[in-house]
Design a protein around this ligand. Structure first.
Ligand code: SOE
Length: 389
């Protein structure tokens, strides 16, 4: 029998992210030697029938219909928040106050004020050995972790530019119903926070520097949509009547890092034909890196130190034994998937908790992203954003 201490988890939310996080909690103990025996104690959702079904399907030992009851359980040590952004602050702050570690999906919150309160609560809790992390899982793709290691080792030299785009097309059809991601009171913003948050965090993580200024614009292409019948994922089924879209459909913005490096960002749900195309390119004085989530095992590297006649973007298959995270999976070339980032997220979170160190990205990292998103919205609202030709 293992002499490892237990770490019992309570999951709030069982839709797309609840399903992905459940996979992470189930597989991390199988593929990594965790410092805890992880227990999938309970999944929580307002609909008891669906919560019971999620418990059975995703492997949770019990279920709750009130997150307050979940937090009150003494057989739960960590609360994993996979709900829409309008409940992140309330649940996370209550869980931390109750001495529970917290993993919270991105973006951290719907407003800077909420994110500040969460970061403050997390800083206080950390003094008590209770830790919080925000779920930017793209940091934990082996190719991205390798890219970060290469940049830290100076392989790109001085970073000058970052180009990042997160392009999806699930809203091109005006018949797609008004899901919670399209309502400001639920989601805080649209493409800007939902997928723009990913590229802001990834750019800052890879460069190792914070954005200090932005200039941008947001746009809503379809102002009203059919109301959604029932619950369910990204695009549900249309119900009766129409409702107003109260968030952005797309966001474009420029950014400047503290180091002076420049960046361009595009987050859109109207890039027809693009399904989940997060692409990022980092350009430095000595080289460049390109990565795309739709080919997530591959990293393209240009070594500017080579003679020009020999130089070109090398296609690195990030599946070697000493590629971050990869040794736990398969021999070189067998590749892994998008869901493995959630397994690596569990590994890094529980490893940090056991070591008594702050997991990254922290709520303070999440607050920085929230400040960038807010600055983009303020820039877009300013009348000087566009100059007539
Ligand atoms: C929808 O745009 C979505 O599910 C995001 O909410 C996730 O964060 C992203 O990983 C995939 O796309």
């Amino acid at each position: 029998m293992s002499d490892k201490p237990r770490l019992n988890v309570g999951l709030v939310g069982y839709a797309f992210m609840g399903k992905a996080h459940s996979e992470g909690w189930r597989t991390a103990p199988v593929f990594f030697d965790l410092p805890y025996r992880v227990g999938l104690t309970a999944v929580c959702g307002r609909d008891g029938v669906r919560a019971a079904q999620a418990a059975s399907q995703f492997g949770w030992a019990s279920w709750e219909t009130d997150w307050r009851a979940l937090i009150a359980r003494d057989d739960v040590d960590l609360i994993d928040i996979c709900t829409p952004g309008d409940s992140h602050a309330e649940i996370a702050i209550a869980a931390l106050a109750a001495g529970k570690h917290v993993l919270c999906e991105k973006p951290l919150a719907n407003t800077v004020a909420e994110a500040e309160a969460m970061a403050e609560a997390a800083a206080e809790a950390a003094k008590r050995g209770v830790y919080a992390m925000v779920g930017f899982t793209n940091r934990r793709v082996p190719a991205i972790a390798l890219a970060r290691r290469m940049i830290e080792a100076g392989r790109l030299g001085a970073i000058r530019q970052v180009r990042a785009a997160y392009q999806q097309d699930w809203l091109v059809d005006p018949g797609v119903p008004l899901a919670w991601r399209l309502q400001k009171d639920r989601a805080g913003s649209g493409a800007l926070g939902d997928i723009g948050a990913h590229i802001v965090d990834l750019a800052q993580f890879l460069v190792g520097d914070d954005l200090t200024a932005v200039s941008g614009t947001v746009e809503t292409f379809i102002a009203s949509r059919p109301l959604q019948a029932g619950g369910g994922g990204l695009a549900g089924t249309a119900g009766e009547g129409f409702g107003e879209v109260t968030v952005d459909d797309a966001a474009w913005f420029l950014g400047r890092f503290g180091s002076g490096a420049m960046a361009s960002f595009e987050a859109t749900r109207y890039a027809t034909g693009r399904k989940n195309a997060l692409s990022i390119e980092v350009s430095g004085s000595e080289g460049a890196l390109i990565w795309n989530l739709e080919e997530l095992n591959v990293l393209h590297f240009y070594d500017n130190r080579l003679p020009a006649v020999e130089a070109g973007f090398a296609r690195i298959l990030a599946t070697e034994a000493d590629t971050p995270y990869y040794a736990a999976w398969w021999p070189a070339g067998h590749t892994i998937g998008w869901e493995h980032g959630f397994t690596h997220q569990v590994l890094d979170l529980v490893t940090a908790i056991a070591a008594g160190v702050q997991p990254r990205p922290s709520f303070t990292d999440g607050l920085q992203v929230q400040r960038v998103l807010d600055a983009v919205e303020r820039s877009s609202a300013a009348s000087t954003a566009w100059v007539q030709v």
